[in-house]
Design a protein. Sequence first.
Length: 255
Amino acid sequence: MAILAGNWKLYKTRKDVESFFDSLADIDPAGHECYVAPSPSLLETACRKSQEKGNKIGILSQNLAYKLEGALTGETSVKQLLELGVKGSLVAHSERRQFFGETNESAAERCKIGLEHGLKILFCIGENLEERKQGRFEKVIEAQLNPLFKVADAFSKETVQKQLVLAYEPVWAIGTGVTATNEEIAASHDFIYKLCSKAGFDLSILYGGSVKPENLGAISSIPRVNGALVGGASLEAKSYRDLLACLTRPLRSPT
Ligand code: 13P
């Protein structure tokens, strides 16, 4: 079974969130895990609508504080997220790394508190264009994962497998319309899977970066791809429904 997670970034109003859930009241996840991650001010509305419609699409935060409370202006704590009914959180999205100074170490700390409190963590990794061109992909991914593995070591394998998910998003494919080729995705996921196995973890790995209904069918059939983290194409209800259909519908054989 796969995971479909929509990252709504800094989009949508309360009214948009309500109509999204109303339009998808009849959606059938067919055993897959479906999520959307709205901005902080929309979480309460999203959680209420999700519950009203039977929790078929769970709510994720886009980030979480590494402490339960304290002098951390602008942050949202696990305690506050749980109170709303949030199921988990993205951590270390490339936009957090790029624009807000998230480091591999601070991201691992956020992950730790989320795991401690039973949240699902979608931990984002991925190289930028320069790093790929310079052939530094493997080094970058290893550096992003090592602090995470250190944190995960303190939890039972069962907890980690159940709560921690990786999302591989090559930065050059985010919001650009450029998707990595299926061969590039296969090779990257294979490398990440092997790193995880070497560290003793068996984690689901999602792909993200210009995913849309037109390409998700093929992407989700690549070995070691366990679903998708989708930005732009997750915003509209129809497109979200089509994305889910790509996971549930068997791939047509090529003609
Ligand atoms: P796009 O699907 O819009 O490229 O965004 C990907 C992303 O950043 C999801 O987290």
